[in-house]
Design a protein around this ligand. Structure first.
Ligand code: MN
Length: 346
């Protein structure tokens, strides 16, 4: 169709409409200061998208801060990302910012201590791609079919008229590579590769990003990984007969090898290789003594739905929740949530 420069109808069902993009761009151009926030315990997409946007806003001449709720510390594997000089502690974020932009957070609770400033912001733009997004925020750039929040941030930067430089592209590429599992997950569309191509053209070196994200670790990590794999249990009958493999990592396990909690992100990628299991689960005890339960499926089972049922969130093939109690009891609850509707109980 022609003559539809500005419309409330999105290009694709579920995607933001031009009007939403235009409202976001207008709010940003009008603002004196912009506060960015991403979800707690940020991953490559959350932090990479946020730092990319922060640098683009700085290019526009905006005063801009970026932060995330406590614990406030950049995970070791993300310390290579450019733009970290723009990070401020969450306590330094204004209580009622003029304009706040939430990145990669499925709900206000995922902002941790920055949920308050988000509630009180003069305007709140939400940029996210979680199917479980709760619908918060006044202007919503939410697309569950986007492979990463970085995809949406790249479009926002383009609509703001900021060219991609190498540092901005590096953050976006980290987000895209993280959430596509290094371009292996089913969300790896032709558009994803087109975007990756534009980011390489802007100067990203893929081997350098991959090395930082996936191909390096202290020796202690390998020892913690070895323990986690040795403890793993395979339950062939669970998940509607499709199989479940799970393991645990206690605080004591990682303290013994001096491995911080945020270094354990890659364990699930080893466990999910298991042929005999549709679903892989890693229960990680955090510093507060609760269990962060990471889940992955190969596509036949919706772990996102199961995790939402247990108070968490995520996507069909990658999701998580946090829970107290003993891991065996937590796995009992997850096993029940994973029963495939319409199929007999295992
Ligand atoms: Mn994401």
């Amino acid at each position: 169709m022609n003559g539809r420069a500005e419309t409330a109808v999105p290009a694709r069902p579920g995607a933001p409409a031009d009007l939403d993009w235009d409202r976001a761009v207008a709010l940003i151009h009008r603002a004196g200061e912009v506060c960015l926030a991403c979800h707690v315990a940020p991953d490559g997409d959350a932090l990479g998208s946020m730092l990319a946007l922060a640098q683009a806003l700085r290019t526009l001449g905006k005063r801009c801060t970026a932060s995330f709720g406590e614990p406030f510390g950049v995970p070791a594997i993300l310390r290579f990302l450019p733009g970290q000089e723009m990070l401020v502690e969450p306590a330094r974020v204004p209580a009622a910012p003029e304009l706040m932009i939430s990145l990669d957070a499925a709900g206000r609770a995922r902002l941790g201590s920055l949920a308050g400033p988000a509630d009180r912001a003069g305007a709140l733009i939400v940029v996210d791609h979680h199917a479980s997004n709760t619908g918060f925020g006044g202007v919503r750039l939410v697309d569950p079919d986007a492979a990463a929040t970085a995809v949406l941030v790249e479009e926002l930067i383009r609509r703001l008229g900021v060219p991609l430089d190498r540092d901005i592209a590096q953050g976006l590429y980290a987000g895209l590579a993280s959430d596509t599992g290094s371009f292996r997950y089913p969300c790896t569309t032709p558009e994803v590769h087109d975007l990756a191509g534009r980011l390489l053209t802007a100067g990203v070196r893929p081997e350098a990003v991959s090395r930082e994200l996936w191909d390096r670790a202290p020796f202690g990590y390998l020892q913690v990984l070895a323990g986690a794999l040795a403890r793993a249990r395979l339950e062939r009958d669970a998940a509607g007969g499709r199989g479940l493999v799970w393991t645990t990592i206690t605080r004591a396990d990682r303290d013994a090898r001096d491995v911080p909690y945020d270094q354990l992100e890659g364990v699930i990628d080893q466990l999910r290789r298991t042929d005999e299991a549709e679903v892989a689960v890693v229960c990680k005890e955090n510093d507060g003594g609760e269990w962060y339960v990471s889940t992955r499926s190969k596509g036949a089972v919706d772990v996102g739905r199961a995790c939402v049922e247990l108070g968490g969130g995520g996507h069909r093939t990658a999701a998580a929740f946090t829970m107290g109690g003993e891991p065996a009891w937590i796995i009992d609850r997850l096993r029940a949530a994973l029963r495939v509707p319409g199929e007999p109980d295992d």
